[in-house]
Design a protein around this ligand. Structure first.
Ligand code: BES
Ligand code: ZN
Length: 885
C-alpha cells in the first residue's frame, strides 16, 4: 500500500548494482499457517565499480525477519536498518555471505504475487518484483545468480515439490514430511525463480533436440484435469521444433515443466524450466474449450517457451527494457501461430486487437513509449504498448531488414549477449551490425509514444505516365511529449490496374521495374514517391499486411474499396478494404441516428458481403472475418467524441439489415457447415476453425431475423454438438435473442452440466456479461452472488466484471452513471485484495476523455471517489492519478 506519495522511477537514474549475488541457496519449509524461508546469498562487490564498499540495501516486503548472519556472525538490530521495503547493512569485506531466515504467509496472500496458495497448492509469481516478498534480495533483473532450492512440506498434501532446473536430491523427514532439492545451472534474475508444491498429476512426453539431446516434458495439473492436457503438450513440442527451425534455438535443460494453477493474475509465466500457467492457458479439450481457447493455449505455450531464449538466456537490464523480451517474444509467438494456422487470419486478428486497444491506450492518459522512461508501479507497464506495439516494432525491423538479415541479427544478439541482462539498444545494435542498416532514426519507435498518422494523396500524370504518392506523417502529443520527430514508416504497397492486377513497380530513377509489391520507407514529415511507366490511373493498395502501426488515410470512395475487397492480391488488405467500407457505412448511419433521421444502409455493403458468401472458392475463415463488422470499441476509438447509443444503434441496425438481406446465402452456408460439423469429430486445426467460424458467425446473423427455423437450428446445435465452440455460440446467440424461455433453459442446463468446471463457468459468466439486452448491470450484479463467482479469482473477475465494462458498452455506459459506480466499487474492494487486478479493471474509466461532457463528469467523479477511498495501492494510485491529471 502507498504510505507516502508514490515515487516515480526514472530510466535516467539507472545505476549498475553495487553488489552481485553469485550463488543463491534457498530452503522453504512449508506449513499450513506460515512458511519459513532461509536464504544464503554468496555476494561480492561489483568488480566494475570502485573498491570502496557502499551500504548494501536488500529489497524485502511483508517479511518477518527471524535471523540474519553476515559471514556466520549473527547480526543484531544495531547492525542493520529495517524499513517496510528494505534491509540495509554495511559490508566490511568485498566478498561475503549473508544468511537470513524470514517468516511469510502464503496462506493469506490474495495479491497472488510472491509465494501464495491456489486451490490448496503452493506456487510463486515473481515477475516483476515479487521475489522481494519471499526473501531479502537484490530484486532487479541485472543481478543474475545460480540458484539451488530445497522445498520441504507435508508428503500427503504436497507430494510434488518443484523448482527451477534439475532435481538433484530428495528424502523423507519425520512427521510425514518430505523434501526435494533442485539446482538450476543457469544464472538467472530473481524474477525467473519458481516453486510449486501440491497434489498434482502430470502428463509426460519427450523431445529430442536438434543436437540429439533428450528432454523430458511434463505438464502438471490437478488430477481431475489430466484429460485436458494433450493439446498443450502438442503445442509445446511444436514450439520447440519451430524455435529450432526458425531461430536455431535449442532447449538447454534436461527437463521442461509446465504447471497449471487456478488463481493467476496473468496468462502465464516463463520461470526457467518451470513455467507456471493460468489453467485457462493450459487446459483444452473439445467439450470444454472453444477454438479460440485452443489457439490461445497454443500461443501462450509457445510464448512462454520462446522466452527461454528471448528473456531468460538473454534478459532485461532493467524494467524499462521490458519490451526487449515481451515485444520480441510476442512477435515470435505471432509468427509461430501464423505458421501453424492461417497467416492472414492471425494478422487480421492481431491488427484488429492492436487498433482497438493499443491505439486507445496510445491516445489516453497512460500513453507511454515502447521503452518508457518513467513509472511508479512496474506492474502497470505490462501494457498493450509494451507487448503489441513492441511486437509491431520488431515486425518493422523484420520488414526493413528482410528475413535473412533479421535471422543473422537475432543469432548475433543471442551469441553476443548470452547470460547477460541487456537493453533495447543492444538488440537494435545487433540488428544493425548484422545487416549493415542504420537504425538510428528507426529507434524513435522506442522513445516516442502515440500513434503516427500517415495521410496519403495521389497524382497521376497521363502524359508523363507517372503516378506519385505523397505521404504526410504526424504524431499527436502524448503525456510529457508535445513534439515528435518523424518516424521511419515502412509502407508495403502495390498498384492495381483496372482489371485488378498488380502493376510492375518502377520508381523514378530505377533502371527497371522489380516486383509488384514493395516496401517504401517514409522517413520525413512530407515525402513523395513517383512511379514511372504507369499507363493508366492505378488504384493503390497501401500498408499491405499492416506493415506499420499507424493510422493511414487515403481518400478511397466506396466503389474503390469494393474493388480492393475483390481484387487485392494481399489478403490482409482485402479484409482491410472491407473494414474501411464498413466504417464509412457505419459512420453514415451514426450520423443519421444522431440527427434523428431514418437509418438507411448503403446497399453496396450488402452487395459486397453477398458476393463473398456466394464465392465457394474463398477461405471460409476469411469470409467469416470479412462478415464481422468493426466492433463498438473500435468505432469508439476512431470517434472524436464517442456516442455510445448511436454507435450501438447503428451497428445493430446494420447487422439486422444484413441478416435479412442475406438470409438465403447465410442460411445455406450455415446449414452446409453444420452438416459437416455433425459428421466430423472435433479437430483443433485451421481448416476446422475456419468452417466453424463461418458457421457460427452465420448463425449469429441469422438469429437476428427471429425466424422459427433459426431458433430450431440453434437449439439443435446447442444440444447435439460435441464441442464448446458450437455450444457456446449457440448459447450466446440465445442469450442475445428475444426468446426468453429458451434462453433461460439453456443457461440453466449449461450451468448444471458444467458447474464443477471453473473455466467453463467463466465462459458462462462472460456470455451473460456481454449481453447488450437492457438490464445488463442488474444481471451482472445478480451473477456476482452466484456460488461459482468470487472476487478472489482473477479469471472470475475478468469473465464477469471485465467483460461487462470492456465489451458491453451500452450497459456499462448507462446515462445515469450506475455502470461507472459499480465498476468503481469493485475497484475499491479489489484494491485491498489484489492491486494488479484492481488497476487493470479500471482501464475503461480512464477513457473518459472520449465521451461527451455528461459522461465525462460521471466517470471523473468515480475516479475521484476511488482516489479518496482510503489507502490505495501504488498500482491503483498511479492509474487513477495519471488519468485525472
Ligand atoms: N512474463 C509474462 C508474464 C507476466 C506478466 C508476469 C506481467 C508478471 C507480470 C509472460 O511472458 C507473458 O507475457 N504472458 C502473457 C501471455 C503472452 C501470450 C503474451 C500474459 O500473461 O498475458
Ligand atoms: Zn512474455
Amino acid at each position: 500500500m502507498r504510505t507516502e506519495q508514490s515515487k516515480t522511477i526514472y530510466l535516467k537514474d539507472y545505476r549498475a548494482p553495487d553488489y552481485l549475488i553469485d550463488e543463491t541457496h534457498l530452503t522453504f519449509e512449508l506449513f499450513e499457517d506460515h512458511t519459513l524461508v532461509h536464504a544464503q546469498l554468496v555476494m561480492r562487490r561489483n568488480p566494475e565499480l570502485s573498491a570502496e564498499l557502499p551500504v548494501l540495501s536488500l529489497d524485502g516486503q511483508q517479511l518477518e525477519l527471524l535471523r540474519i548472519t553476515l559471514d556466520d556472525r549473527e547480526l543484531t538490530a544495531a547492525d542493520y536498518q529495517l524499513s517496510d521495503s528494505h534491509l540495509t547493512l554495511q559490508p566490511t569485506q568485498a566478498s561475503f555471505v549473508i544468511d537470513s531466515t524470514v517468516r511469510i504467509h502464503p496462506e493469506s496472500n490474495t495479491a497472488l504475487e510472491g509465494l501464495y496458495k491456489s486451490s490448496g497448492m503452493f506456487c510463486t509469481q515473481c515477475e516483476a518484483e515479487g521475489f522481494r516478498k519471499i526473501t531479502y534480495y537484490l530484486d532487479r533483473p541485472d543481478v543474475m545468480s545460480k540458484f539451488t532450492t530445497t522445498v520441504s512440506g507435508d508428503k500427503q498434501k504436497y507430494p510434488i515439490l518443484l523448482s527451477n532446473g534439475n532435481p538433484i536430491a530428495s528424502g523423507s523427514e519425520e512427521g510425514g514430511r518430505h523434501w526435494a532439492t533442485w539446482e538450476d545451472p543457469f544464472k538467472k534474475p530473481a524474477y525467473l525463480f519458481a516453486l510449486v508444491a501440491g497434489d498434482l498429476w502430470c502428463v509426460e512426453d519427450k523431445f529430442t533436440t536438434l543436437s540429439s539431446r533428450e528432454v523430458t516434458l511434463r505438464i502438471y495439473v490437478e488430477p481431475e484435469n489430466i484429460d485436458k492436457v494433450q493439446h498443450a503438450m502438442d503445442s509445446l513440442k511444436k514450439s520447440m521444433k519451430w524455435d529450432e527451425e526458425v531461430y536455431g534455438r535449442e532447449y538447454d535443460l534436461d527437463i521442461f515443466m509446465i504447471v497449471a494453477v487456478n488463481d493467476f493474475n496473468m496468462g502465464a509465466m516463463e520461470n526457467k524450466g518451470l513455467n507456471i500457467f493460468n489453467s485457462s492457458c493450459v487446459l483444452a479439450r473439445a467439450e470444454t474449450a472453444t477454438d479460440a481457447a485452443h489457439q490461445r493455449v497454443e500461443a501462450v505455450v509457445a510464448h512462454e517457451y520462446f522466452h527461454n531464449w528471448s528473456g531468460n538466456r538473454v534478459t532485461c537490464r532493467d524494467w524499462f527494457q521490458l519490451s526487449l523480451k515481451e515485444g520480441f517474444t510476442v512477435f515470435r509467438d505471432a509468427e509461430f501461430s501464423a505458421d501453424m494456422n492461417s497467416r492472414t487470419v492471425k494478422r487480421i486478428e492481431d491488427v484488429a486487437y492492436l487498433r482497438t486497444h493499443q491505439f486507445a491506450e496510445d491516445a489516453g492518459p497512460m500513453a507511454h513509449p515502447v521503452r518508457p522512461d518513467a513509472y511508479m508501479e512496474i506492474s502497470n507497464f505490462y501494457t498493450l504498448t509494451i507487448y503489441e506495439k513492441g511486437s509491431e516494432v520488431l515486425r518493422m525491423i523484420h520488414t526493413l531488414l528482410g528475413n535473412q538479415a533479421f535471422r543473422k541479427g537475432s543469432d548475433l544478439y543471442f551469441e553476443r549477449h548470452d547470460g547477460q541482462a541487456v537493453t533495447c539498444d543492444d538488440f537494435v545494435k545487433a540488428m544493425e551490425d548484422a545487416s549493415g542498416i542504420d537504425l538510428t532514426q528507426f529507434k524513435r519507435w522506442y522513445t516516442q509514444a502515440g500513434t503516427p498518422r500517415l495521410a496519403v494523396s495521389e497524382a497521376f500524370d497521363a502524359t508523363a505516365r507517372t503516378y506519385t504518392l505523397n505521404f504526410t506523417q504526424s504524431c499527436p502529443a502524448t503525456p510529457g511529449q508535445s513534439d515528435k520527430l518523424p518516424f521511419v514508416i515502412p509502407v508495403e504497397l502495390g498498384l492495381l490496374d483496372a482489371r485488378g492486377n498488380d502493376l510492375p513497380l518502377r520508381l523514378q530513377g530505377e533502371a527497371a521495374a522489380s516486383g509488384t509489391s514493395r516496401v517504401l520507407s517514409v522517413t520525413e514529415a512530407q515525402q513523395s514517391f513517383t512511379f514511372v511507366d504507369i499507363a493508366e490511373q492505378p488504384l493503390p493498395s497501401l500498408l499491405r499486411g499492416f506493415s506499420a502501426p499507424v493510422k493511414l488515410s487515403f481518400p478511397y470512395d466506396r466503389d474503390q474499396l469494393m474493388f480492393l475487397m475483390q481484387h487485392d492480391s494481399d489478403g490482409f488488405n482485402r479484409w482491410e478494404a472491407g473494414q474501411q467500407l464498413s466504417v464509412q457505412v457505419l459512420q453514415e448511419l451514426i450520423g443519421q441516428q444522431q440527427r434523428g433521421e431514418a437509418l438507411v444502409l448503403d446497399q453496396r455493403l450488402v452487395t459486397a458481403l453477398r458476393s463473398l458468401l456466394q464465392d465457394g472458392r474463398l477461405d471460409q475463415a476469411m469470409v467469416a472475418e470479412m462478415l464481422s463488422l468493426p466492433g463498438e470499441a473500435y468505432l469508439t476509438e476512431i470517434s472524436e467524441v464517442a456516442d455510445v447509443e448511436a454507435i450501438h444503434g447503428a451497428r445493430e441496425f446494420a447487422r439486422q439489415q444484413l441478416a435479412e438481406a442475406l438470409f438465403e446465402p447465410l442460411w445455406q452456408r450455415y446449414q452446409a457447415n453444420r452438416e459437416v460439423s455433425k459428421g466430423t469429430p472435433y479437430v483443433a486445426e485451421a481448416e476446422h476453425f475456419a468452417r466453424r467460424s463461418l458457421q457460427n458467425i452465420a448463425l449469429s446473423y441469422l438469429m437476428l431475423t427471429g425466424k422459427p427455423e433459426v431458433l430450431a437450428a440453434t437449439l439443435e446445435q446447442y444440444e447435439a454438438c460435441d464441442n464448446m465452440t458450437e455450444r457456446l455460440t449457440a448459447l450466446a446467440v440465445l442469450v442475445n435473442s428475444p426468446f426468453e424461455a429458451e434462453r433461460g433453459k439453456a443457461l440453466e442446463a449449461f450451468a448444471e452440466h458444467f458447474k464443477d468446471n471453473a473455466l467453463v463457468m467463466d465462459q458462462w459468466f462472460s456470455v451473460q456479461a456481454a449481453s447488450t439486452l437492457p438490464g445488463g448491470l442488474q444481471r451482472v450484479q445478480a451473477l456476482m452472488q452466484h456460488p461459482a463467482f468470487t472476487l478472489k479469482n482473477p479469471n472470475k473477475v475478468r469473465a464477469l466484471i471485465g467483460a461487462f465494462a470492456g465489451q458491453n458498452l451500452v450497459n456499462f455506459h448507462l446515462a445515469d452513471g450506475s455502470g461507472y459506480r459499480f465498476l468503481a466499487d469493485q475497484v475499491i474492494t479489489l484494491n485491498a485484495l489484489n492491486p494488479q487486478i484492481a488497476s487493470r479493471l479500471l482501464a475503461p474509466l480512464t477513457r473518459w476523455r472520449k465521451y461527451a461532457a455528461a459522461r465525462q463528469a460521471l466517470m471523473k467523479a468515480e475516479l475521484e471517489r476511488i482516489l479518496a477511498s482510503g489507502e490505495l495501492s501504488a498500482d491503483v494510485y498511479e492509474v487513477v492519478s495519471k488519468s485525472l491529471a
